[in-house]
Write a protein that binds this ligand. Structure first.
Ligand code: COA
Length: 273
C-alpha cells in the first residue's frame, strides 16, 4: 500500500479503518486485507466516523477511499457475520440500519470523493464505490454484485446508482448472473471513469485529488449539488438551493481571486469563501 507522507494516521474499528489527511487530501483506507477488506458492522461504523472527521476538517477538500493489501478495494459485507446479524428479515433490518447510516453519510457528503480501486470490488464494495463521485481503477480490478449467489436483495440505493451509471440492461445482467467483469468492461459500460496500470493507480488518484483540492471549493460544491439535483425526479429538485449556491459563488472572495489570478497570470489561492 503506498505510504502517505506528512500525515498522522488515525484508526477506527481496531485498525481496520484508517484515516489520513495531507495537503487538503483526506484518505480513508479499508484495512482488513486477510478478508479482502470485507466490511464488518464495526468497519461500517468506523468508516462513518472517519468520513465525519474528514468532513469536519476544514483543511480537507477532497476524500479518497481505497483498500489495503493490493488485492481488493472491498470484497463486500463480511459474510461470516451474516449467521448472527443478518440471518432473517428482522435481524437484517437492524444490520441494514446500522450499515446504511454510514452510506448515507457518503451519499450526502459535502466534499468530492474518489474511489481508488485495486483488485476485487464486490457487493457492498461496489455500493461504496458507486456512492463516490469518481472511480479510478487499476487494470487488474474485478467488479461484481454476487447478491443472487447469496440469496440477498441488493436494495434500492445500490441499484439506483448502478442503473444510473450503467443503465438497466447491464444492471440486470450483472444482478441476475452475479458475474464478475474486468476493468476494461467496467470502463466501457461506464462503471468506472478511468483505468490505469496497477503501479500508477495511487499516483493517478493523488494527481486528480490534488487538482481538485487546488480548485475553488465553493464552485466544486455547486457542481456536486447541482449534479445531485439533476439526478432527482423533476418534482423533487431543489432549484432554490442551486440558485443560492450559484449566487454564493458569484459573491465569493474566491471568484475575485480566480479573476485576479487569471489576469496576473499566477496560480489562484482559494479559501472556500
Ligand atoms: N466476507 C467474509 N470473508 C471474506 C469475504 C467476505 N465478503 N471475501 C473474502 N473473504 C475471506 C475468505 O473467506 C478467505 O478467508 P480464509 O483465508 O479464512 O479462508 C479470505 O477472505 C481470502 O479469500 P479467498 O476466497 O481465499 O481469496 P481469493 O483471492 O481467491 O478470492 C474473493 C477473493 C473476494 C473473490 C472471494 O473471497 C469471494 O468471492 N468473496 C465473497 C464476495 C462476496 O460474495 N461479496 C458479497 C458479500 S454481500
Amino acid at each position: 500500500m503506498p505510504e502517505i507522507s506528512n500525515t498522522t494516521e488515525t484508526s477506527y474499528a481496531d485498525g481496520k479503518i484508517l484515516r489520513h489527511a495531507t495537503g487538503g487530501v483526506g484518505v480513508i483506507t479499508f484495512n482488513n486485507p486477510d478478508k479482502r477488506n470485507a466490511m464488518s458492522l464495526e468497519m461500517w461504523e468506523g468508516f462513518g466516523e472517519a468520513l465525519t472527521s474528514l468532513r469536519d476538517d476544514a483543511a480537507v477538500r477532497v476524500v479518497i477511499l481505497r483498500g489495503a493489501g493490493g488485492k481488493a478495494f472491498v470484497s463486500g459485507a463480511d459474510i461470516s457475520q451474516f449467521e448472527k446479524t443478518r440471518h432473517n428479515a428482522a435481524a437484517s433490518a437492524e444490520y441494514a440500519k446500522r450499515s446504511a447510516a454510514q452510506r448515507v453519510l457518503l451519499a450526502d457528503y459535502p466534499k468530492p470523493t474518489i474511489a481508488s480501486i485495486q483488485g476485487f470490488c464486490l457487493g457492498g464494495g461496489m455500493q461504496v464505490a458507486m456512492l463516490a463521485d469518481i472511480r479510478i481503477a487499476a487494470h487488474a480490478s474485478q467488479f461484481g454484485i454476487p447478491a443472487a449467489r447469496l440469496g440477498i436483495a441488493y436494495g434500492y440505493d445500490g441499484l439506483r446508482h448502478l442503473v444510473s451509471l450503467v443503465g438497466p440492461s447491464w444492471a440486470r445482467l450483472l444482478m441476475y448472473t452475479g458475474m464478475r467483469i474486468d476493468s476494461a468492461e467496467a470502463l466501457r459500460i461506464g462503471l468506472v471513469e478511468r483505468v490505469v496500470p496497477d503501479d500508477q493507480l495511487w499516483g493517478e488518484t493523488m494527481a486528480i485529488a490534488q487538482g481538485i483540492s487546488e480548485n475553488a471549493p465553493l464552485a466544486i460544491k455547486a457542481a456536486k449539488l447541482t449534479i445531485a439535483e439533476v439526478l432527482k425526479d423533476e418534482g423533487q429538485r431543489d432549484m432554490d438551493a442551486i440558485k443560492a449556491i450559484g449566487n454564493a459563488c458569484m459573491d465569493s472572495a474566491d471568484f475575485r481571486e480566480g479573476r485576479q489570478a487569471f489576469m496576473e497570470k499566477r496560480k489562484p489561492q482559494f479559501q472556500g469563501r
